[in-house]
Ligand binder design. Structure first.
Ligand code: BGC
Length: 457
């Protein structure tokens, strides 16, 4: 059995009694049951049905079958001492066409999940939107159509009214930079749209929905703890020269500032990325105020850092990410650099905004090749990754920066979007042939860490 070094001497209680420990997931990545009962197709059902869009044309039709196995998975979380479970709601399971009729079966499913969590002593943390827009809405332009504001408000109202009596922790959007950037600019995620004319309106409408969703939750859910989540990465200039420094600033504005700053009333970072001014035709009077919402917490999701260099060949931002594999650094299967100080720097960075009241790490984790021997799954690299990043979270906290929780991405291996099932991020291994779950070394360690126990792996 591989020897897993354990130089990690922190315990969960070193982070304080009120620190929230959990695991994060997303509907399309785990649920399966893609057309069960009334569920309408989402943009991910549509995108994965087209050849060439995902690794080996894989899709989430069955995924981890969480729809059928949610009790087993929640019971396993309980057994692993996990007390907080972040999952997302599938809009098209609740409203098959995105607007209009509501599926009682869809509502029932999430009621069962929520009630079962509570019965098992787990606190639900619900994300309203984790990238799976109802396809019917995409046919009307999706995020590029300003009408999405009304569609989203109706959807959030239904969710708040249906679940708000029991769910108190909410996140409005998951990583708007990724779903607008990958989905509406690069075309590598659903719905596969490209270019500025799709990207800019999508960004602005997501910013408006982010705040509108927050307001609805505030009005309808008593004692709500309302957040939203942002992808973020430390950005370092590739070379120490003026042009690379300026390129790094532009990449930073795009990747780290674009969505939080308007929500804090600071507007878009136009001065750093002038092309964003082309967003103005999509804005109407009052939008700057409409973009603002006082979130109770900001969820930051950090995996890596990026090194960026100046490039005349990249339109609009003239900055290029230098791939980690070309930099000869330790990488994960996603070709993301393992760079633990990034999470520390991002905690400090978000603390730097006076309007940010609380910071929670709503995702952190890594994909590596797992080693299976006689039915036991060893994942030494994931274990070391998680420990190294946690040390940095603890360092930030010890220095007095706000950080109030940490959710591992993710509980079970699942459908990793365009990369299909190849990169495994789970604490729990899934055999996709038979849907068997096996707790990996990292999962055993996390569960012992949560229980303040030391274990032999
Ligand atoms: C997303 C997850 C994704 C993870 C790993 C985040 O960007 O929220 O859905 O699986 O990163 O790529």
């Amino acid at each position: 059995m591989p020897n897993i070094p354990d130089h990690f001497n922190l315990k969960a209680r070193d982070f304080g009694d009120s620190f929230v420990w959990g695991v994060s997931t997303a509907a399309y990545q785990i649920e399966g049951a893609h057309d069960m009962h009334d569920k309408g197709p989402s943009i991910w059902d549509e995108f994965t049905s087209k050849k060439g869009n995902t690794y080996k044309d894989q899709h989430g039709k069955e995924a981890c079958e969480f729809y059928h196995k949610y009790q087993e998975d929640i019971l396993l979380m309980k057994k692993m001492n996990i007390k907080h479970f972040r999952f997302s709601l599938s809009w098209s399971r609740i409203m098959p066409k995105g607007t209009g009729s509501i599926s009682t079966k869809g509502i029932e499913f999430y009621n069962e999940v929520i009630n079962f969590c509570l019965k098992c002593g787990l606190t639900p943390w619900v994300t309203l939107y984790h990238w799976d827009l109802p396809h019917a809405l995409e046919e009307k332009g999706g995020w590029t159509n300003r009408d999405i504001l009304g569609w989203f408000e109706d959807y959030v109202t239904i969710c708040a009214k249906s679940f708000g009596d029991r769910v108190k922790n909410w996140m409005v959007l998951n990583e708007p930079m990724v779903f607008t950037g990958a989905g509406y600019f690069l075309g590598v995620h659903a719905p596969g749209k490209k270019g500025l004319r799709n990207f800019l309106p999508s960004v602005h409408h997501a910013v408006l929905c982010q705040a509108a969703g927050g307001r609805i939750l505030r009005n309808l859910v008593s004692n709500a703890n309302i957040g939203t989540t942002f992808s973020c990465s430390q950005i370092t200039p590739y070379r120490n020269n003026r042009r690379d420094h300026m390129a790094a600033d532009r990449a930073d504005a795009m990747l780290n500032r674009l969505f939080i700053e308007p929500s804090l009333g600071m507007g878009y970072p136009w001065e750093t990325i002038p092309v964003l001014k082309q967003m103005q035709p999509y804005m109407v009077s009052g939008d700057a105020e409409r973009s603002v919402f006082e979130f109770d917490f900001i969820g930051i999701q950090n995996y890596t850092r990026e090194k960026v260099k100046h490039s005349f060949f990249v339109p609009y931002i003239m900055a290029r990410i230098v791939k980690a594999s070309r930099r000869k650094v330790k990488t994960t299967l996603m070709d993301w650099e393992v760079y633990p100080p990034s999470i520390y720097n991002m905690i400090k960075r978000f603390n730097g905004y006076p309007g940010v009241k609380k910071v929670i790490i709503t995702e952190n984790g890594a994909a590596f090749v797992d080693k299976i021997e006689e039915g036991i799954v060893y994942d030494k690299e994931r274990l070391s990754y998680l420990q190294a990043y946690l040390k940095q979270v603890h360092k930030a906290q010890r220095e007095g920066w706000k950080v109030d929780g940490y959710f591992v991405w993710t509980f079970t291996d699942n459908f990793e979007w365009a990369e299909g099932y190849y990169p495994r991020f789970g604490l729990v291994y899934v055999d996709f042939e038979n849907q068997q779950r096996i707790v990996k070394s990292s999962g055993k360690w996390f569960s012992a860490f949560l229980a303040y126990k030391k274990i032999d792996l």
